[in-house]
Design a protein around this ligand. Structure first.
Ligand SMILES: Nc1ncnc2c1ncn2[C@@H]1O[C@H](COP(=O)(O)OP(=O)(O)OP(=O)(O)O)[C@@H](O)[C@H]1O
Length: 191
């Protein structure tokens, strides 16, 4: 969870996010959110142009059953484990730039696997620094990565992904070292 802050997204005096079922118990909300977002992830994801609007529509798809703000940029500052993410007023601008870069890079099509892994790691790392949403960033990042990899011609099996190693690599990338993340992605695309 986030460095716990009770903000306007939360029920008064708690760190439980307001939600469509009005669940006020953190564990119940977590279980419900996990179940329905998993089910939504198994459905066909919204089509799009691999741009920021597409990224937001994936978040909306995954979390439509849980939050009114699904698909919408957060309005509060956030940090995790001491990592301070992009200020909300800069999210739109930074994300637009990042997705324009991705397009300029031809969505990473036609690269050697090693180069794809490096560039995808950089993209994911920057996407995580932006952290567009109040919650659900990791799951949206992964879903988008799967679409990007598929579009570039790589079939990724997430069962091969070690969640702890992946989290550590994401944190390392936040701190400026994208190598561990590139190594993990490289392992996923080499089959
Ligand atoms: N200390 C940290 N510094 C930088 N990034 C972090 C840190 N801790 C977690 N992350 C990244 O934040 C993202 C998770 O964000 P968030 O909790 O909004 O997503 P989620 O989908 O709700 O959770 P999860 O990805 O854990 O299922 C992941 O990409 C994760 O790697």
């Amino acid at each position: 969870m986030y460095d716990a802050v009770a903000d306007d997204y939360c029920y008064l005096g708690t760190t439980v996010l307001k939600n469509k079922l009005d669940l006020t118990d953190a564990d119940e909300l977590e279980a419900f959110e996990a179940e329905v977002s998993d089910a939504r992830a198994d459905e066909e994801l919204p089509a799009g142009n691999l741009d920021f609007a597409h990224f937001k529509s994936i978040h909306e798809h995954l979390f439509q059953d849980v939050y009114d703000w699904a698909g919408k940029i957060r309005t509060v500052r956030m940090s995790k484990g001491g990592s301070m993410f992009c200020f909300p007023e800069n999210v739109e601008n930074q994300a637009s730039k990042l997705f324009v870069e991705l397009k300029k890079d031809k969505f990473l099509i036609g690269l050697e696997p090693e180069t794809f892994a490096k560039k995808a790691a950089h993209f994911l790392s920057e996407l995580n620094v932006i952290h567009a949403f109040r919650e659900g960033n990791g799951r949206t990042q992964l879903s988008f990565f799967l679409l990007l990899a598929d579009h570039a011609g790589y079939a990724i099996n997430l069962e091969d992904l070690d969640p702890d190693a992946f989290l550590n690599a994401m944190i390392a990338s936040f701190d400026g070292d994208e190598e561990p993340l590139a190594a993990i992605i490289s392992g996923l695309v080499r089959h």
